[in-house]
Design a protein around this ligand. Structure first.
Ligand SMILES: [Zn+2]
Length: 418
């Protein structure tokens, strides 16, 4: 799996991979209690299963575990429209009787109004925004929020099980990086005697800082099986955010993400779409992922990377059709980590719960770079992982419909655009 396009090889103990990273993990114990409804494939319970596994593996002791704040409605309005946020805030299953309102905000069977929907949005979004603040303050090298990554939500409508786009809000927070100014205040204004002089110095520094802040670039990478349409759309016309999405394309939700869609105006060539076909395996995936990401890192040179780790690209997913192993999926985390740029890991799709928990737990292992014990520890959800009770998932013998020629064509086209 290693080699193509740079980075450091997996077993290395001397490369950049071997360097320890400070990892902050954001988890609200309430998140597993939310319920989309009977038969709905999206189950927040998987976040609790992942957490339980992390705890029993002893990984929580190796990270800073942070209980995030709930996002406030005005935080959500940094991207979403006021009327949409007001709707989410007031929506209750028993009071949603007007079909026009439901249509306007795309409330459907995929995106139902369920009990405490707004609190759910506040919970997963608060964790992503707090994770961004943690990176802005340089308190961590890697931040993780498995409850986030809801990449389909639009500015004023729900889509694909997503209501609030926590990723867009987290990226806006990273770009804003306004935590620089509070750091300056106490030292400059501590003496009342020099206050007026200090205020003018402070304002000059703020101007310099805002100039520096304007240079900041964020890279967004999406390895969910579905196209990261909500994030791409939000940053389509800017050159400060590059979005790179690897996804199934062709008669598949949400239908966007054509290779020729690559941004508009100032954002031209800052959206990258890698369309894939059914049955892609680890080798084929990384035949594209590594050279493309290596080139993106070289030409875009981001100050921070946000990786949406949707686990519906794993083999055997209830809604997916790819054939990635947990190792192949986590190789994306390892590879991005090797560039030693501040990294945010978010969740996303993933509908075979036991595999989601396996994958995200293994990706925490890779974030920490500690030895992995494949055998699952005894814990309350152990029954989900039988009969093998192993952290890995066996891939299937499904056909890989991505020919070497099609992969070469995609790679050439994208590298050419970059
Ligand atoms: Zn998905």
């Amino acid at each position: 799996m290693e080699g193509a396009g740079g980075g450091n090889s997996l077993p290395s103990t001397s490369g950049a991979d071997a360097v320890k990273r400070r990892v902050s993990y954001f988890y609200d114990p309430d998140v597993g209690n939310y319920y989309y409804g009977l038969g709905h494939p999206m189950k927040p319970h998987r976040i609790r299963m992942t957490h339980s596994l992390l705890e029993k593996y002893g990984l929580l002791d190796r990270m800073k575990v942070i209980h995030p704040q709930l996002a406030r409605d005005r935080d959500l309005c940094a991207f979403h429209t006021d009327d949409y946020v007001a709707f989410l805030q007031s929506a209750k299953p028993e009071t949603l009787t007007n079909p026009c309102v439901a249509r306007r905000f795309n409330i459907t069977d995929d995106c139902p109004v369920f009990y405490r929907l707004f609190e759910f949005c506040q919970t997963y979004t608060g964790a992503s925004v707090d994770a961004a603040k943690e990176l802005n303050r340089c308190n961590a090298d890697i931040v993780i929020n498995w409850s986030g990554g809801l990449h389909h939500a639009k500015r004023s409508e729900a889509s694909g099980f997503c209501y609030v786009n926590d990723i867009v809000l987290a990226i806006l927070k990273l770009l804003e990086n306004h935590d620089v100014s509070p750091l300056l205040v106490p030292s400059l204004l501590s003496s009342s005697f020099h206050r007026s002089f200090c205020v003018s110095v402070f304002h000059s520094l703020l101007l310099i800082c805002s100039f520096l802040i304007c240079l900041q670039r964020v890279l967004y990478v999406d390895i969910d099986i579905h196209h990261g349409d909500g994030v791409e759309e939000a940053f389509l016309t800017t050159d400060r955010v590059m979005t790179v999405s690897f996804h199934k394309f062709g008669e598949y939700f949400p239908g966007t993400g054509h290779i020729l869609d690559n941004g508009y105006g100032k954002g031209k060539y800052y959206a990258v779409n890698v369309p894939l076909n059914d049955g892609i395996d680890d080798e084929s995936y990384h035949y594209l992922f590594k050279p493309i990401i290596a080139k993106v890192m070289e030409v875009f040179n981001p100050d921070a990377v946000v990786l949406q780790c949707g686990a519906d690209s794993l083999s055997g997913d209830r809604l997916g059709c790819f054939n990635l192993s947990v190792k192949g999926h986590a190789e994306c985390v390892r590879y991005l980590r090797s560039f030693n740029v501040p990294l945010m890991l978010l969740g996303g799709g993933g509908y075979t719960l036991r595999n989601v928990a396996r994958c995200w737990c293994y990706e925490v292992y890779w974030s920490l770079h500690v030895e992995v014990n494949d055998k699952m520890p005894d814990h309350e959800y152990l029954g989900y992982y039988g009969p093998d009770y192993n952290i890995h998932v066996a891939t299937s013998n499904m056909e890989n419909k991505n020919s070497r020629k099609s992969l070469d064509d995609i790679k050439a086209k994208i590298l050419d655009n970059l």
